[in-house]
Design a binder for this molecule. Sequence first.
Ligand code: ATP
Ligand code: MG
Length: 439
Amino acid sequence: MDSSTDQTWKRTHYSKNIDTSMNGKGVIIVGWISSIREHSNIKFLTINDRFGNIQVILKKNEYPTSLTSEIPKISEHASIAIKGKVRSEPKAPNGIEIIPVDFKILSLANKKSPIVIQSRKGVGIDTRLDLRAIDLRRPYLQSIFSIRYTLLNSCREFLRKEGFIEVNTPKIISTATEGGATLFPIFYYDREAFLTQSPQLYKEQLTMAFENVFEIGPIFRAEPSRTNRHLSEATSIDIEKAYADYNDIMEILERMIHFLWDEVKDKNKLHLKYLKIELPDPSFPFRRYRYSDLIEKLQNAGESIDWGDDISQQKLRNLDDNDMKNFYFIIDWPTSIKPFYVKPKSTGTECESFDLMYRNLELSSGSTRIHDKQELIERMKKQGLNTDAFDFHLKVFDYGMPPHAGFGLGLERLMMSMCNVDNIRDVVLFPRDIDRLSP
Ligand code: ATP
Ligand code: MG
């Protein structure tokens, strides 16, 4: 019989459900071997399952002789089922261990893995990414991805409570939303199409019917440079709200970050402890720097930067401002460097826009959007866009498009700020970048 369906080897307990009160009780545990230590006649095995691990003691002359031939198959990473008795052992990591009466190797590990399970940083990132599924067995990454799971769930919970509905918009599109340079072209039957850079235009349109929408989904960007904060495929948390402006949206974002921080603190205590992270409370409300004031501040600090330039990460890093060691907004950007759909202020040169920053990392961009068709067409023309290509979008503006505003927030950037991770690749299961398309 196939061992995976063999009922006599069905797991009775996860590691987390075994404690000292079960001393002497028979259990069946199933998992993979994360470490083997040998001490004279004793093998100490650590068996991991999805909730944790437990120690197993194999002592020569104590296990049945029928198992002798199986012993050489025991190696790190192998999958194993063990029938045994629980024994209290104060010296064991969890205060308990399992003394086997029988075991069965469910899947052999034929090779020695280059990845060191207990290591925080592990071997080189390329070696790790080439064998990512094995890399993901490390407690360091298990902690990171448990936090990511909480963030995703809590985001949904927060936005639902705020009256947003979750939507899914097309990922195959006919025209760029954020400018053409970073689009991935694809074959679409007999035509050219693209992978979407953001759900921007669709979420705006949906405010007509649903008022408040959010989407958590992939965005694709052909980023030409190799940085530690850009992926070719990232996950974006996008919201769009009718009858709102950028101030309303900044308030929602602030509240959302607070909620997420509280949830992770509550649900991921052990993971935060393992990662040695003490999450500080975000100061509230987040400091708001006007773009113009920040440019002046940078100029006073000796940076060569002009009004109208984008503000680079490097330039922000050089600023010595304690309020920038946490979350803050940069607001009222020049209209010329923001996308065509961002609403200019009455001056025209500045627009109702914000970036949410954590230290010198951009987490989110948001704005009030233009809801007037003619104004939108003019902005498109100024940015050199072919308005015909946006006909599918512009035509709905003839039917009472509500004033609206929203943001796009990079989930991986949020993870980097929360978990103190320098390389964005470590907070994605299977990262895509200019050099990597596999696994
Ligand atoms: P950056 O200036 O950092 O390249 P951007 O201003 O081009 O970002 P937006 O178009 O404002 O990005 O996208 C909204 C958010 O999506 C960003 O603030 C960021 O968190 C995330 N994001 C954008 N591009 C990427 C990417 N290539 N990899 C990971 N996250 C991204
Ligand atoms: Mg941006």
